[in-house]
Ligand binder design. Structure first.
Ligand SMILES: CC/C=C\C/C=C\C/C=C\C/C=C\CC/C=C/C(=O)SCCNC(=O)CCNC(=O)[C@H](O)C(C)(C)COP(=O)(O)OP(=O)(O)OC[C@H]1O[C@@H](n2cnc3c(N)ncnc32)[C@H](O)[C@@H]1OP(=O)(O)O
Ligand SMILES: Cc1cc2nc3c(=O)[nH]c(=O)nc-3n(C[C@H](O)[C@H](O)[C@H](O)COP(=O)(O)OP(=O)(O)OC[C@H]3O[C@@H](n4cnc5c(N)ncnc54)[C@H](O)[C@@H]3O)c2cc1C
Length: 662
C-alpha cells in the first residue's frame, strides 16, 4: 500500500489555506524533535508498505475466534516486519505505532510492554541473561498476571501462593480459592506460553507478601497447557475483543527456586529471605506502564480530535443566520467549546508525559545506585498523571463522538473503538480513584512535613505552609497558574484540617481518611492538573526561544486556553480561597470565548500537524481529504447483510410472523 495524499475537499482546502504556522515544526515538537519525527515516519512507511497489517474486513464482521486469529496474524506480522527492518519492539512502543494504532487489542502488546519490562526491571543478572534473549526473540511469549477474580486494586490481598519447598528447591504455586483465579491479564487466555505471576511468598509458614515469579504455562512445542495449570479466555468485553484476556489457576504447580524474580529481594536455597531496599520495588512494572499510559492516552485522544475537528470543518448543518448557507459546524461556538479545550488538553498531556518520562528515567538511574528517595515522588506523579490522562482521554474521546452527531456512533468513524479501548485505561494499571488516593496520601504527608519545617520535593514544593507570594499579575499565565496552586494549597489544607478534626473527635485515622476521601480525590486531581499547567507553561516558555513565531503563538494560545478552562472549572475553590474574584472570572470567561474563535481558524491545521495518517486513523469521518459521505456510504456496502437483497432472517422469522394469524 503506498501513501497517496488525495486532493482534499474545498472546505478543508480553505481551512488549510488559513494556516499561519509551520506545520512540520509543530509536528517535530510533538514528536520530541525532528529525528524522532523522521524515525516515526520511517516505521509508519514500513508498516504502510506491509498490506498484511491492514484489515480487508472490519473485525466487527468476524466471529470471536476469527477476530482473535486475525489480530494475532497482524500482531505477528507487525513484530516480524519491525525486526526485519532493524527496529526494536521498544521503537514500536515509544513511537506509539506498535500497541494499538493498527490494532483492536494486539495480543502481543502485553509481551512487548509489561512482560519484557518485568524481565528487564526485576531480574538478577543470571535471569536477565536467560530470559531476555528468549523473550526478545519471541521464543517465549508472556503476559503480566497479577489481578485475580477477588482482587485487582489491593495487591497485598492477592490469594495465589508461592510456597518454598527447600527439599526440592522449588516454589509450589497454588490458587486456594475461586477468587484466587488470575483474571483479566491480556493475552493470557490463548496466546501466552509464559506469565510473570504475582503471588504471596511463603517461607517456613510465614507470608512475605506479593512477589513476582516467571511461570511457564504451556508446552513450547505443542502449546498445550502444562499439568497443574488451568488457563482460558474470559469472554467478550466492552472493547478490545480481538485480545484474549484470560484466567489462570494453579494446582500445586512447581517451579524452580530460580524462577522468582530476584533483582530486589531474594530467597536463598535454604529458604532465607533477603529484603529489598524498598518494599514497593516489585511494583516497578506497574509504575513504568503508568508512565507509558500517559503518552498512550494522549495519542488516542489526538486520534479522536483529528477525526472530530476535520469532520466539523466538513459538516454543514442548520442556519446561523436565517437564509444564509448552512455553516460548517465548527463555526458554532458550542462546537468549539466541545472540542478545542480537549485539543489543548492533548498538548498539555503530551508535554506532561515527556516531563514524567524524565522523572522516570532519573529515578530509575537513582535506583540503580541504591537511591530510593525519588520513588514516592515518581509514584505520586505517575499515579496522578495516569489517572488524569485516562480520565481526560476518555471524556474527550466521547465528546468527539458526540460532536460528530449520529455519524460518530458509526463503527466506521472509529470513534467507538478508540473510546472503548481507552475507556479500559481508567480501570487497568491502577483504578483511577485508587491512584488519586495514593496521590492524596502523598499530598497530606507532604503538607504535614512542611508544617514541621521539612523541605518538600519539587512537585509539591508549592504546598509549603508559607509560600512566597506571587508577583506575577493575576491575568498572566504565571499569575493564573499561581492562583490554581493557591487553590490546591487551600484544598489540601482544608482536607488536613478535616482529617485532624475527625481524629480529634475520636475517629480512627483510617475512618477519618475514608470520611474525607471525596475531598482527598479532588485534591489529588487538582494537584495533578496544577502540575500539568506548570509543565505546559514551562514547555511553551522554553520553546519560545527556539521556535518560529507562528508555532509559538499557536502553542501559547493552546496553553492559555488550557489554563483559562482550568480556572473556570475550579472557580468555586478559587473564589472560596480568595485567589480570584468574580470580576476576574467574568473576564476569564470572556477571554476563553474569544480564544475559541481565534483557535478555530487554525484548528484543522493544528490537528494536521499531529500527523496521524488515514490508515492509522481508520475513520470515514476523519480522513485527510474530507470525503466523508462517500466513505460512509462505501463502508456500509461492506455489511454482510448487504450481500443479498433478502436475508435468511426474513424466511425464518419475518415471513412466518407476517403469515401468522395474530
Ligand atoms: C515507559 C512505558 C513503557 C511501556 C508501556 C507503554 C504503553 C502502555 C500502554 C498501554 C498499557 C498496556 C497494557 C496495560 C494492560 C493492563 C495491565 C494491568 O492492569 S496489570 C495490573 C495493574 N494493577 C494495579 O495497578 C494495582 C493497583 N494497586 C496498587 O498499585 C497497590 O495495591 C496500591 C498502590 C493501591 C496500594 O499498595 P499497598 O501495597 O497496599 O500499599 P499501601 O497503600 O499500604 O501504601 C504503602 C506505601 O507504599 C507506597 N507505594 C505504593 N505503591 C508504590 C509504588 N508503586 N512505588 C512507590 N511507593 C509505593 C504508598 O504510597 C505508601 O507510602 P507511604 O506509607 O504513604 O509513605
Ligand atoms: C481491559 C483490561 C485489561 C487488563 N489487563 C490486565 C493485565 O494484563 N494484567 C493484570 O494483572 N490485570 C489486568 N487488568 C486488571 C486491572 O488491573 C484491574 O481491573 C484494576 O487494577 C482494578 O482492580 P479491580 O478490577 O479489582 O477493581 P476494584 O478495586 O474492585 O474496583 C471497584 C471499585 O472499588 C473502588 N475501590 C477499590 N479499592 C478502593 C479503595 N481503597 N478506596 C476507594 N475505592 C476503592 C474503585 O474505585 C472502583 O470504583 C485489566 C483490566 C482490564 C479492564
Amino acid at each position: 500500500m503506498s501513501v497517496v495524499v488525495p486532493e482534499c475537499c474545498d472546505d478543508l482546502k480553505r481551512e488549510r489555506g488559513r494556516c499561519l504556522f509551520n506545520k512540520e515544526e509543530l509536528t517535530n515538537i510533538l514528536d520530541g524533535g525532528p529525528k524522532l519525527t523522521e524515525k516515526r515516519r520511517r516505521i509508519e512507511k514500513m508498516l504502510i508498505n506491509t498490506p498484511e497489517l491492514f484489515d480487508d474486513v472490519s473485525p466487527d464482521y468476524l466471529s470471536h475466534e476469527d477476530r482473535y486469529s486475525n489480530e494475532l496474524r497482524k500482531a505477528t506480522q507487525l513484530m516480524t516486519t519491525l525486526e526485519k527492518n532493524g527496529f526494536t519492539y521498544n521503537d514500536a512502543v515509544t513511537t506509539g505505532t506498535g500497541l494499538w494504532l493498527l490494532m483492536d487489542g494486539n495480543p502481543l502488546s502485553l509481551h512487548i510492554s509489561m512482560f519484557l519490562d518485568t524481565i528487564k526491571g526485576q531480574s538478577n543478572p543470571q535471569q536477565l541473561q536467560e530470559w531476555l534473549p528468549l523473550a526478545e526473540k519471541f521464543k517465549i511469549i508472556g503476559t503480566y498476571a497479577q489481578t485475580e477474580l477477588g482482587h485487582g486494586t489491593f495487591v497485598r490481598g492477592l490469594e495465589t501462593t508461592a510456597t518454598y519447598d527447600s527439599t526440592t528447591k522449588e516454589f509450589v504455586l497454588h490458587s486456594p480459592t475461586i477468587t484466587a483465579t488470575k483474571w483479566w491479564p491480556g493475552a493470557l487466555g490463548k496466546t501466552s506460553n509464559h506469565a510473570v505471576v504475582m503471588a504471596q511468598l511463603y517461607l517456613g509458614g510465614k507470608c512475605y507478601g506479593p512477589h513476582i515469579f516467571m511461570v511457564q504455562l504451556r508446552d513450547l512445542e505443542t502449546h498445550r497447557t502444562l499439568p497443574g495449570i488451568v488457563v482460558g479466555e474470559i469472554g467478550p468485553r466492552l472493547g478490545m475483543n480481538s485480545n484474549d484476556n484470560g484466567f489462570l489457576q494453579f494446582n500445586h504447580h512447581r517451579i524452580p527456586l530460580t524462577n522468582m524474580f530476584m533483582k530486589h529481594s531474594q530467597v536463598t536455597e535454604d529458604g532465607k529471605y533477603v529484603k529489598p531496599l524498598h518494599s514497593k520495588l516489585s511494583y516497578g512494572t506497574m509504575v513504568q506502564t503508568r508512565v507509558g499510559i500517559v503518552y498512550h492516552a494522549s495519542r488516542e485522544l489526538s486520534r479522536a480530535l483529528i477525526i472530530a475537528i476535520r469532520y466539523s470543518a466538513v459538516r454543514h448543518q442548520s442556519e446561523m443566520v436565517p437564509g444564509d448557507p448552512e455553516p460548517q459546524i465548527l463555526d458554532y461556538q458550542t462546537q468549539q467549546y466541545k472540542l478545542l479545550p480537549h485539543l489543548a488538553s492533548f498538548f498539555a498531556l503530551r508535554f506532561s508525559a515527556r516531563a514524567l518520562l524524565e522523572v522516570f528515567i532519573g529515578t530509575s538511574a537513582g535506583l540503580g545506585s541504591g537511591k530510593m528517595n525519588m520513588l514516592p515522588e515518581l509514584h505520586a506523579l505517575s499515579s496522578g498523571l495516569k489517572a488524569v490522562a485516562t480520565n481526560d482521554a476518555v471524556k474527550g474521546t466521547d465528546i468527539c463522538r458526540l460532536a460528530c452527531g449520529g455519524h460518530g456512533y458509526l463503527s466506521s468513524s472509529n470513534l467507538p473503538r478508540i473510546y472503548t479501548a481507552i475507556a479500559a485505561g481508567i480501570t487497568y494499571e491502577g483504578e483511577n480513584t485508587v491512584l488519586f488516593l495514593q496521590v492524596a496520601r502523598y499530598l497530606i504527608k507532604s503538607f504535614r512535613a512542611s508544617s514541621q519545617g521539612q523541605t518538600l520535593p519539587f512537585s509539591v514544593s508549592y504546598l509549603r505552609v508559607q509560600p512566597p507570594s506571587s508577583h506575577a499579575p493575576l491575568m498572566s499565565d504565571r499569575g493564573l497558574v499561581d492562583a490554581l496552586g493557591a487553590g490546591v494549597r487551600w484544598m489540601v489544607g482544608e482536607a488536613e484540617r478535616r482529617l485532624q478534626q475527625l481524629v480529634d473527635s475520636g475517629h480512627s485515622p483510617h475512618a477519618a481518611w475514608n470520611a474525607c476521601s471525596v475531598h482527598l480525590v479532588q485534591c489529588a486531581d487538582a494537584h495533578t492538573r496544577y502540575y500539568i499547567c506548570e509543565q505546559f507553561v514551562d514547555a511553551v516558555s522554553k520553546l519560545g526561544e527556539t521556535v518560529s513565531s507562528g508555532v509559538h503563538e499557536v502553542l501559547r494560545q493552546l496553553c492559555r486556553l488550557y489554563i483559562l478552562h482550568r480556572v473556570i472549572q475550579t472557580a468555586g475553590i478559587l473564589l472560596r480561597c480568595g485567589a480570584v474574584d468574580g470580576k476576574a472570572l467574568t473576564s476569564i470567561e470572556e477571554e476563553e470565548c474569544h480564544l475559541l474563535a481565534t483557535l478555530r481558524i487554525q484548528a484543522v491545521s493544528i490537528v494536521d500537524a499531529i500527523d496521524i495518517k488515514d490508515v492509522f486513523l481508520k475513520s470515514t469521518l476523519g480522513a485527510w481529504d474530507g470525503n466523508v459521505y462517500q466513505r460512509i456510504y462505501e463502508e456500509a456496502q461492506k455489511s454482510p447483510l448487504n450481500k443479498s437483497d433478502v436475508t435468511q432472517g426474513y424466511y425464518q422469522y419475518l415471513r412466518p410472523l407476517m403469515k401468522a394469524n395474530l
